[in-house]
Design a binder for this molecule. Structure first.
Ligand code: NAD
Length: 296
């Protein structure tokens, strides 16, 4: 059993903290929003009223926050985790954030002699509840080894992606593929509709041909071929369009900052910008097929 702090008790953090408790760990949760603290308390997560209390004597502190600015504030502000954590506390940021912030915060942690990992996840709220998340981890191998048993309480796959920030790099590359492939699959179904090719027939052929991909076979954007996909429930998320847009913007920002040529990734970001601006932020990201069909 370990003493573990958990900061950010939202849609993902709450079920992740509950998995740690179910594995026998003593968790102290903190969220800046009182309603989130109360909801976590009601769900059975002991909470504290101050960020600093998550770190006192803790073996590890996990953070699960919305964006890079929140992570920078929680780690680097006066009274933040880097100021209050002891040398034996491992800090693990599982938020999905920009590469630059991830590497900056890592560097500041290292300068202060504090071990840190970036460990964003895929698998969504369902994966967090079931303890089947994938963790993509950046940091020193010895720190990954320390964090691994704790991440294993929340996830099924823990993959060391390399040095500081490489967990975020892996996540943004994966999700750029996902955004682009969902648009490609959606365009193919929209084209098939126009030229008189039945959706199920297209699915049956492509799922065993060279166009096969996860967006088609696990998350098909038309109702019917994959009964569990959000298309069968009027595109109720799932993985929201707003989250996909966030991840595509992170990839676009990293590509611009590092001179990578990602024209399809950038275009996917602008299409999701358009889709979200139509009031679809909360819809599942596969619902973009409705916009791509067009009206003309
Ligand atoms: P959320 O908005 O539900 O939860 C974030 C929580 O962080 C909120 O309760 C908020 O009050 C809290 N918070 C913000 N600033 C804080 C601070 N300074 N101190 C303490 N708490 C603070 O978001 P979520 O859906 O749980 O997502 C969290 C992260 O996980 C995001 O980076 C997201 O991109 C990533 N993610 C989400 C999913 C998903 O399906 N929801 C999947 C994979 C990754």
């Amino acid at each position: 059993m370990a003493e573990i702090g958990f900061v950010g008790l939202g849609n993902m953090g709450r079920p992740m903290a509950l998995r740690l408790i179910a594995a026998g760990h003593a968790v102290r949760g903190f969220d800046v929003a009182a309603p989130a603290r109360e909801a976590a308390g009601a769900a059975g997560i002991p909470t504290v009223e101050e960020l600093a209390a998550t770190a006192a004597g803790a073996e590890a502190v996990f953070t699960m926050l919305p964006a890079g600015a929140d992570v920078r504030a929680v780690y680097c502000d006066a009274g933040g985790l880097l100021a209050v954590a002891g040398p034996d506390t491992l800090l693990v940021d599982s938020s999905t954030i920009d590469l630059e912030t991830a590497r900056d915060v890592h560097a500041e942690a290292s300068a202060g002699g504090i071990a840190m990992l970036d460990a964003p996840v895929s698998g969504g709220v369902g994966g967090a509840e079931a303890g089947t998340l994938t963790f993509m981890v950046g940091g020193e191998a010895s720190d990954v080894a320390r964090g691994e048993p704790l991440m294993a309480a929340m996830g099924r796959n823990i993959v060391h992606a390399g040095g500081p920030g490489n967990g975020q790099a892996a996540k943004m590359c994966n999700n750029m593929i996902l955004g682009v492939s969902m648009i490609a699959v959606s365009e193919a179904f929209a084209l098939a509709e126009r030229v008189g090719l039945d959706a199920q027939t297209l699915f049956d052929i492509v799922s065993t041909a060279s166009g096969q991909c996860w967006s088609l076979t696990s998350y098909c954007p038309v109702p019917g071929p994959v009964p569990s996909s959000p298309a069968n429930r009027d595109y109720r998320a799932g993985f929201t369009a707003a989250m996909m847009l966030k991840d595509l913007r992170l990839a676009r920002g990293a590509a611009q900052a590092n001179g990578a040529n990602t024209p399809l990734g950038s275009h996917a970001a602008s299409l999701y910008e358009q889709y979200c601006a139509d009031g679809e932020e909360g819809s599942d990201f596969s619902g973009i097929i409705r916009m791509l069909r067009g009206g003309g």
